[in-house]
Write a protein that binds this ligand. Structure first.
Ligand code: DNO
Length: 397
């Protein structure tokens, strides 16, 4: 019986975690991207080949691309989207030519993940990423100053957000703004507030149905090509899995996952199962998602979140928190057993510990990491998850 393929996200040579570091913690492969290529442009074969060579020179494999990001014209359904779709397909072909067949992407609007505190100190002394809906509303109301935003909140939420905002000094307000505008992996640059505001105004004009239609248009254009060259596309869920700043979500729950899988049925149209993103909503039944959509899961992100009644959450340690990670792992192992029996699909599904706390020596190097991507915190997560997997597997067979 094969195990999940253990992988680790790596952001390239200028990032605080090196391939030598990663090699030491017992992973088979890395999850990487050609980050220097501008959004929407084709990733040249040679650029891919040279990154692959560097990874392989450390005895590791480039297991998954995360992410080939999608140009906003595709998300917004603008006329030039066909041009960008053609470029996207070119990139997939160039990846396949280099023997890379797993591609993660997302269809989130504005920013990738949203958190309101990137250095939330835990009782243990380590730190984690934190999200508070009240802080997010304060950003919406008093930094973004979205038109009519007040009407979209209940009086109680408005008053609480106002009280929170009034209680912040200038440094606190700046910290909140920067935490949210940092919501892009693999970059230390904050999104400019003006740009964020302009994109926000555009997105608010697009309905949820239209966004779903645009996703379906994209999938129906790229998936037949991906299928021909053996590429498995794995969409990452929206993080957090509920509307933020009035922007609709389209990849955040069972129905939305079903919509996207059904709108373009193909083994190449699959999912990145992310227990942390989906798990930030108590309404999501993670085990059911694995059970029902298991054969379309091409990539796995495992982490935990501790949810509170007020809708806030922080990223808990990988085995603790509100996500029933043991049950999720059991469902994943069962999916593997199914795949082994019917000879259908890749059994060693690539898995990475997603995010990690800032722990021990991580603190000294914190400024070299991208938020969520520490070394020791993630390595500890990987060790815990590997043990959990082994324990469950040995007992299921
Ligand atoms: C983790 C997050 C995201 C995610 C991308 C996928 O899973 O840190 O950055 O990787 O959105 O496209």
């Amino acid at each position: 019986m094969e195990y999940l393929k253990k992988t680790f996200r790596w952001f390239g040579p200028s990032f605080g975690v090196s391939l030598d570091d990663i090699k030491q913690i017992g992973v088979e492969g890395v999850v990487a991207a050609c980050q220097e290529v501008p959004l929407g442009e084709v990733w040249p074969v040679e650029t891919i080949a040279s990154l692959k060579k560097e990874i392989e020179s450390h005895g590791l494999e480039w297991s998954v691309v995360e992410s080939v990001n999608i140009h906003t014209s595709i998300k917004y359904g603008y006329p030039e989207r066909d041009e960008y779709i053609a470029k996207y397909i070119e990139t997939l072909k160039n990846l396949a030519e280099n023997g890379i067949y797993h591609v993660c992407y997302n269809f989130m609007q504005l920013i990738d993940w949203t958190r309101t505190d990137l250095d939330y100190i835990l009782p243990s002394g380590g730190s984690a990423l934190h999200y508070s809906p009240i802080a997010a509303s304060a950003f919406d109301l008093f930094i973004l100053k979205r038109e009519d935003a007040k009407e979209t909140y209940t009086d109680e939420v408005f008053e609480t957000a106002k009280g929170y905002w009034d209680g912040l000094n200038d440094a606190g307000r700046k910290k909140l703004e920067e935490s949210i505008l940092a919501g892009m992996p693999g970059s230390r640059k904050l999104i400019a507030l003006d740009q964020f505001k302009a994109n926000h105004a555009t997105v608010l004009e697009i309905s949820k149905e239209k966004l779903q239609e645009n996703l379906s248009y994209f999938l129906n254009a790229i998936i037949p090509e991906a299928e021909k060259i053996g590429v498995k596309m794995a969409i990452h869920p929206d993080d957090p899995p509920f509307s933020v700043f009035g922007v609709p979500r389209i990849v955040s729950n069972y129905e939305e996952l079903k919509f996207l899988l059904d709108c373009c049925p193909s083994p190449s149209n699959g999912l990145t199962f992310c227990s942390g993103s989906l798990g930030a909503s108590g309404d999501n039944d993670l085990v059911k998602i694995v059970e029902d959509f298991g054969d379309r899961i091409h990539f796995i992100h495992l982490r935990n979140v501790a949810r509170n009644d007020d809708g806030s959450f922080y990223e808990a340690e990988h085995l603790g928190g509100s996500v029933p990670i043991d049950k999720v792992m059991k469902a994943i192992v069962k999916e593997q057993i199914k795949r082994t029996k019917n000879g259908n699909g890749i059994v060693s599904i690539p898995m990475r510990p997603d995010h990690g706390h800032v722990l021990l020596d991580d603190k000294k190097r914190q400024n070299d990491f991208y938020s969520g991507y520490s070394l020791i915190g993630r390595a500890m997560g990987l060790a815990q998850l590997s043990g959990l997997e082994k324990g469950i597997r040995e007992n299921l067979i």
